[in-house]
Ligand binder design. Sequence first.
Ligand SMILES: NC(=O)c1ccc[n+]([C@@H]2O[C@H](COP(=O)([O-])OP(=O)(O)OC[C@H]3O[C@@H](n4cnc5c(N)ncnc54)[C@H](OP(=O)(O)O)[C@@H]3O)[C@@H](O)[C@H]2O)c1
Length: 468
Amino acid sequence: MSSAKIGLIGLGTMGSALALNIAEKGFPVAVWNRTTARTRAFHAEAGELAARILPTESLAELVAALEKPRAIILMVPAGAAVDQQIAALAPLLDPEDLVIDAGNADFHDTNRRASGLPMRFLGMGVSGGEEGARHGPSIMGGGDKADWDRVAPILTAIAARAPDGSPCAAWLGAAGAGHFVKAVHNGIEYADMQMIAEIYGILRDGFEMTADEIAEVFRQWNEGPLKSYLVEITGAVAAAKDPRTGAPMLDVILDSAGQKGTGRWTVVEGARLGAPIPVVEAAVMARNVSARLEERAAGEARFGPAPQPFSGDVSVLEQALVAGKILCYAQGFAMISAASADFGWSLPSAEIARIWRAGCIIRSAMLDDMAAALDRDPERNLILDAVFARRLEAEAPALRRVVASATLHGLAVPALGGGLFWFDLMRTRRGTANLIQAQRDHFGAHGFQRLDGGPETHGPWAKPAHEI
Ligand SMILES: NC(=O)c1ccc[n+]([C@@H]2O[C@H](COP(=O)([O-])OP(=O)(O)OC[C@H]3O[C@@H](n4cnc5c(N)ncnc54)[C@H](OP(=O)(O)O)[C@@H]3O)[C@@H](O)[C@H]2O)c1
């Protein structure tokens, strides 16, 4: 191979899968990894794709192997490793060469890097895990459009294909726009997983179903409106058996969830933007609580186990999950809209829904309808779209029943509840913030607006003691 079309740094789980994908789509790719043994092993195991992969053992060798202007994908851990690689590449690259950070960067870092680097720079969110990276991820790009266009033929070739055949890769806006949208994607992923886990909890502890029975419920749901990757794999993991003991896998896995922080970033950013995402907040909270094993055990010892069995129709749970999912996406897209205004991006909501339809972890049948709704009006909250409003009218009562019954039975449903409580706030014309305003004015003289349109004023409360 004389020269490669693109370079890739970082042959871990994602980088090696992405490099094989690039080679498979016909693009010669030069690769480099910090630990050379991994580069050699990767090339040795690449089979017939090895002919289109050029292993290199120094950054200078990698750079020399690339067609000009060069393009290099970084697939290393977010944060310091990205800055280190950019610094190491800087003296070797020309100003028009392009570095693409394809890891899960904090989009604030991408915003910072987008200005002030001596080379061109794109921030690119990649979703779909190892399988997606290998056979077609969803790709969310940010940076200068001209830089995206340069590498778009490769990125669209390696991306997943939606059911209508269109590639799930798009340029979404300047600087950190791609990594921001990836963060919202990850927040929705946390939320979707948590809502499914809550329903699993009701089936296991409320309905006292076995793992096999639960697997069958999710298998059936995956043929209806809930059809999605996460519902599909929930059925699969519930059906799996432990090779060591023969017990259901779910019954041998410790109930303490890990996280790498992307959900937390999304929650913090949602709060900063004033775009609440309570389903995601609940999901992050639940993962944090899940790690407090000893305290939870002490809580159960002190207060006793939750009152259990639950009765009712399992189909109500399906409807509740449909409603929860609509509310969760409505929150996510509202956050995307808020970021567009705050950062001066014009994030294309409908296009984002379209590129999430395949390749990524949150791919789901419902995203087709969401893309159509966002095409109709990208700014209107999804719950007010005619199609989704009708669906919520039909399904929200089930969500209310499930949240109420689960609460009475002591089964924790913070994400489903978070969705429902947000929905109830969003459908209430006369809320209770008049009291909040009165309290704020009483202790801080913050003033309030009057319902009758009179000038902003203060209440007739006594002055605080320290002001008398
Ligand atoms: N795993 C997923 O499902 C997934 C999905 C989407 C996005 N991501 C993101 O993709 C990125 C890579 O994740 P991964 O799962 O592929 O990680 P991984 O399997 O742990 O691989 C990390 C790679 O980065 C290299 N590396 C680590 N520190 C480095 C440094 N300081 N300088 C240079 N190279 C360094 C490692 O090289 P050595 O071989 O020398 O250690 C290795 O090749 C992360 O940002 C991650 O958040 C992951």
